[in-house]
Ligand binder design. Structure first.
Ligand code: PA5
Length: 354
């Protein structure tokens, strides 16, 4: 079995994605420290906007889920070339682009500048860093040379540090240390050296192999993690994948399962969390009875640790490993993303905004 052959895993994972996934704990601490001295807006903003796409946008989705239970103001994620009309001087806008060269994010950054928003740029460099520095906006500099999706903690943690400092919710120092400790422990238990029988991430990757993965979040709180699983399965394993979240999917997608044939049936992963509550638990069981009996298989993956940041990041780490192991099973290097590069190349000479 290839997943029990560390030499073969290393050979296929030529870009070193698994090594980066194992560094998630360190990156969490580094990202938290990176924003320690970032200048804050003079008064509490009326809204927080995160502008970022793909691997640089998922941090915004997680920020929104993490702050929703606490923040007195809305957190809005924009994955577009245009900003909503409400953005203005009362807005705190995080311009998140790993490369600093993403067309959409640069367009949003330009519009935010014109609107008078308080801008914090989070980037490893590129045009975004240059423009932000020229305008005198705070810049959180992310280490260069990583695939953007592998740099998630470097993009998420600075935003959490700023929102925590503004009293909008977010972890304390000790929460972040606890998250890093759990991630380090989990990375040890799910790493390439741990053989299949003792490694649930390798086992799940083996079960998914050959089937379309469908990742369901048991509640909207874990929805951004289900989306992260889907995008990591897309980019690392290079497979088509779907995601959705309860309770919304009970109102539409459960019917779509009527069209699923045994040959080609998807494999369902359900992300569970201790805070899901009894209603979500009943709903998951109802969906299994009503529709998911048509799936190739159903597996629940539970978050681990204490505190929402730790629990969501534990699910992120698990999914990142699953996606990389599925790539290895398919004999594919997880790191290259040629089609994204090709899309950007084809679009690069167009106008910045629609
Ligand atoms: O995973 C990826 O590489 C992509 O999803 C990128 O994050 C996305 O294309 C945006 O680029 P950047 O992160 O440099 O802003």
């Amino acid at each position: 079995m290839v997943l029990d052959d560390v030499g073969e895993i290393t050979r296929i994972d030529a870009g070193g994605m698994l090594g980066l996934i194992q560094r998630l704990a360190d990156m969490t601490l580094e990202g938290w420290l990176a924003a320690a001295d970032i200048p804050l807006p003079p008064r509490r903003p009326g809204v927080v906007v995160v502008a970022g796409l793909g691997g640089s946008g998922i941090g915004g989705d997680l920020l929104r889920a993490l702050l929703a239970p606490y923040s007195p103001i809305p957190i809005v994620v924009v994955k577009d070339t245009r900003l909503p009309a409400f953005v203005g001087p009362e807005t705190l806008l995080f311009a998140s682009s790993y490369s600093g060269n993403t067309e959409e994010t640069l367009a949003l950054h330009g519009a935010a500048r014109r609107s008078g928003a308080w801008i914090v740029a989070i980037t490893s460099g590129g045009t975004l860093a240059r423009r932000a520095r020229a305008e005198g906006h705070p810049v959180v500099t992310v280490p260069a040379g990583l695939p953007p999706r592998a740099a998630l903690p470097h993009l998420l943690m600075p935003m959490l540090r700023v929102t925590a400092s503004l009293g909008l919710g977010g972890p304390t120092d000790s929460d972040v240390r606890a998250t890093a400790a759990l991630l380090r422990d989990l990375a040890g238990r799910l790493g390439p050296a741990v053989p299949v029988p003792e490694n649930p991430a390798k086992r799940l990757a083996s079960r998914l192999h050959g089937h379309v993965p469908v990742v369901y979040a048991a509640t909207p709180t874990t929805a951004p993690v289900a989306y992260r699983w889907k995008t990591q399965l897309n980019e690392n394993a290079k497979v088509f994948a779907l995601w959705n979240a309860f309770p919304e999917l009970s109102h539409n997608e459960v019917v779509g399962w009527e069209g699923v044939q045994a040959a080609g049936a998807p494999f369902v992963v359900i992300l569970r969390d201790e805070d899901d509550g009894p209603r979500a638990a009943r709903e998951v069981e109802a969906a299994k009875a009503v529709s998911l009996s048509r799936a190739r298989g159903v597996e629940e993956v539970w978050s681990q640790g204490m505190g929402l940041l730790t629990r969501l990041m534990s699910l992120v780490l698990f999914g990142d490993f699953v996606s990389a192991y599925l790539a290895v099973l398919r004999g594919i290097d997880p790191t290259p993303i040629q089609r994204i590069t090709e899309m950007k190349r084809r679009l690069q000479d167009g106008p910045e905004a629609r």
